[in-house]
Design a protein around this ligand. Structure first.
Ligand code: ATP
Length: 238
């Protein structure tokens, strides 16, 4: 197994308030890992710490074997990491087209960035119809599509997604889940997916980790997590 992401004994928090406590996580190349758990469990903080937005107080984060602490946030996308934060990630004053172009701004292979943009428009048809609309004119669902689309134009190795289904119609959520599955299967994309939609996430994930109070309390195959009634009741709420 080639690990794209390795998190060892990670500790992090806000000021003096600790959140993540001894988090260990390995994400294999070409797999989807769902990060599950109740509100406040530390899922968002985990993604923010991986991308350097929250400073770890201890532990290590390795991306393809290299220590991520030495990498500046703005360099991450060049290294192959795209982070789509919860409910954000779209520039309100720019058009859909301009937002997507931002995703490919740093790329040398302009032809491929253009191809990736065309693929995003094909995938998310509402965006294609609103190319010239400004970010703030879009619906919540369209903004989520755009944030994800922009990340995809960067053609990341590792995609970190924070609640992509938040506020979306079930049909669009299903489309996004199907898309992630296809990208994993066809291009070997590696995904760390924070989701409240537990069933949807586990239906496409290879593995799932359950967080509670800043710790990983369970880590198992997605099928195993879905089949474990006790665990589902205790941590996943269905
Ligand atoms: P949610 O699903 O609600 O986003 P989560 O599992 O992603 O939950 P986090 O957002 O990581 O959880 O929050 C973990 C803990 O950190 C919570 O107790 C929260 O109140 C606290 N926290 C989050 N952001 C901050 C911040 N900027 N400053 C201080 N405490 C914070």
């Amino acid at each position: 197994m080639t690990a794209v992401l390795e998190v060892d004994n990670l500790n992090a928090g806000y000021g003096v308030v600790p959140v993540l406590q001894d988090v260990n996580l390995t994400v294999a190349a070409g797999t989807i890992t769902a990060v599950l758990g109740a509100n406040g469990a530390g899922k968002t903080t985990l993604l923010r710490t991986i991308t350097g937005l929250v400073r770890p107080t201890g532990g290590r984060i390795l991306f393809s074997g290299a220590d991520l602490r030495a990498v500046k946030v703005e360099q991450l996308v060049r290294r192959g990491i795209a982070h789509v934060p919860e409910g954000r990630g779209v520039v309100a004053e720019l058009t859909v087209d301009e937002n997507l172009r931002l995703g490919g701004l740093w790329r040398k292979d302009k032809a491929d960035a253009k191809k990736a943009t065309a693929e995003v428009y094909e995938l998310f048809e509402p965006l294609a119809r609103r190319r010239a609309h400004l970010g703030h004119q879009l619906s919540g669902g369209e903004r989520q599509m755009l944030a994800l689309g922009r990340a995809l134009v960067a053609r990341p190795t590792l995609l970190l997604l924070d609640e992509p289904s938040l506020g979306l119609a079930p049909k669009v959520t299903a489309q996004i889940m199907a898309l992630l599955k296809r990208l994993r299967d066809d291009t070997g994309l590696t995904v760390l997916l924070v989701e409240q939609n537990v069933r949807g996430a586990l239906s496409i994930a290879d593995r799932g980790v359950v967080m509670s109070l800043g710790r990983i309390v369970m880590s198992a195959g997605a099928d195993e997590l879905l089949a474990d009634d006790g665990l589902r009741h205790a941590y996943l709420g269905f």
